[in-house]
Ligand binder design. Structure first.
Ligand code: FAD
Length: 422
């Protein structure tokens, strides 16, 4: 039992404490309070801010979910946790998120890439909706209240806060988010749960001193990027930045390789195919034919691949091709170099940069210790988990928020049902 002087009195009604005032914590709290109006639901938040990631996500628009309506397709977007989510998504999926907000007069719209935002294009709409819901069902919020320890007592728990207060609870949902630092989870060790080491996911690749950075701002609509010495490979848009490379292809790779890249100290090499419709052999055939058809044209002026002109000039320069040369006069050695640079262009990565401050933690509470159908701990009854604290993370596009809504809702439903039946 926690030994502290000031105890908040036990109440007659069941008390549900939700640790964390983020997306998962709010969704759990408001739904639990609605489903069991007789319970006392309290969100305990360590900072002076609520829903801070909801506010800044999607450039202030809040990328609520993704317009993906097939569970198998959705699972492909989660480097960690797909087997777990396969069960959870049957209880609360993207369609349920859309309906939940719609029932509260918040319509979502879909962008061309599948990301879904409130039609107002303002994250404030989502925050207002969740706050109104919290008011409607009398969810209490304790701000500046950091949980330092959870102790199990007979028929419940006690939470020790940093300022010495002790909060008794019948049910707890831990929705404290993720941190790419193991020490941040120390206070959770007392619950007897185990962690997959937390590391950052969703970052861009640094290539210090590489000449490619001269092309910062150039974006290429479709490239293939492979990690040398690994099976990791992604295809999609790529953006060249001041530091190295970013864009969806790189961010997706950073998510799938989060653990591998962390182990390497963020030092590895990648191979870029700037023309993924070709491999070296098919490109050689194509160029032979192209030389024949465009023999009198200067190579610099005729870019057969619709690559950005600055990138094309860079690739020619890297292949030792001088600007005046015509297709007919391209020497075999330079042609081979160009083919290699187009299809298997190698870059050394050394370090990472956070993408627009948008990141997610890979790692967290072991999924074997949580029931995906209820979100209840398999170790400690009446203790639930929701959101990024779990070893689940998705690529960019609304997948991390969907997991927060799904896990928050399932935890709420099961807490409400259990507390009503007691
Ligand atoms: C800048 C940014 C942009 C993002 N954009 C997107 C996006 O567009 N789409 C998408 O799907 N995902 C996005 N993400 C990821 C997404 O925001 C998170 O996955 C999601 O918010 C996780 O929700 P959560 O409730 O689990 O955790 P959080 O939102 O991190 O909330 C956890 C809360 O718990 C509190 N807390 C922590 N420890 C304690 C403690 N000991 N006691 C009390 N309170 C505690 C924290 O202060 C915090 O308020 C973005 C992330 C960032 C950082």
């Amino acid at each position: 039992m926690i030994d502290a002087e000031s105890k908040i009195d036990w109440m007659e009604k069941k008390r549900i404490l939700v640790i964390g005032g983020g997306a998962a914590g709010f969704f759990c709290a408001v739904n639990a309070a609605r489903m069991n109006p007789g319970a006392e639901v309290i969100i305990v938040e360590k900072t002076s801010k609520l829903l801070s990631k909801v506010r800044v996500s999607g450039g202030g628009r809040c990328n609520v979910t993704h317009a993906c309506f097939s569970i198998p397709d959705m699972l492909k977007k989660y480097p960690r946790g797909p087997q777990f989510l396969k069960k959870s998504f049957h209880h609360f999926f993207t369609t349920d998120t859309i309906d939940w907000f719609k029932e509260r007069n918040v319509a979502l719209h879909e962008e061309a890439d599948g990301r879904m935002f409130p039609v107002t294009n303002s994250s404030q709409t989502i925050i207002d909706c969740l706050m109104q819901e919290a008011n409607k069902y009398a969810v209490q919020i304790l701000m500046n209240s950091e949980v330092k320890k959870i102790a199990e007592i007979e028929n419940g728990f006690e939470l020790l806060l940093a300022d010495g207060r002790v909060l008794p609870a019948d049910y707890i949902c831990i929705a404290c988010g993720g941190y790419p630092k193991t020490s941040m989870f120390d206070w959770l060790q007392s619950t007897g749960h185990h962690f997959e080491e937390p590391v950052p996911s969703l970052f861009t690749f640094n290539m210090p001193g590489n000449a490619i950075t001269k092309l910062m701002g150039v974006s290429v609509p479709n490239v293939q990027v492979k990690v040398i010495g690994s099976k990791l490979m992604e295809q999609g848009p790529l953006l060249i930045t001041h530091w190295g490379m970013s864009g969806p292809a790189i961010l997706k790779l950073s998510a799938w390789g989060a653990i591998e890249f962390s182990a390497s100290g963020y030092k590895f090499s990648i191979m870029v195919n700037w023309v993924p419709a070709f491999n070296e052999n098919s490109l050689r055939d194509f160029i032979q034919q192209y030389r024949f058809n465009s023999a009198a044209q200067k190579i610099l002026n005729r870019n057969p691949f619709q690559l950005p002109q600055r990138l094309w000039e860079f690739l020619l320069e890297q292949s030792g091709i001088v600007s005046e040369i015509r297709w007919a006069d391209l020497p075999a050695k330079e042609q081979n170099k160009l083919i290699k640079n187009l299809c298997t262009h190698e870059f050394a990565v050394n370090g990472k940069t956070t993408f627009k401050e948008e990141f997610v933690t890979a790692g967290g509470i072991l999924l074997t210790e949580v029931d995906p159908n209820t979100m209840m701990s398999r170790i400690t009854p009446k203790l639930f988990f929701a959101g990024e604290i779990l070893n689940v993370d998705g690529v960019t596009g609304g997948f991390n928020f969907q997991h927060a809504w799904t896990s928050g809702f399932i935890a709420a439903k099961n807490i409400a049902e259990m507390s009503l039946s007691e």
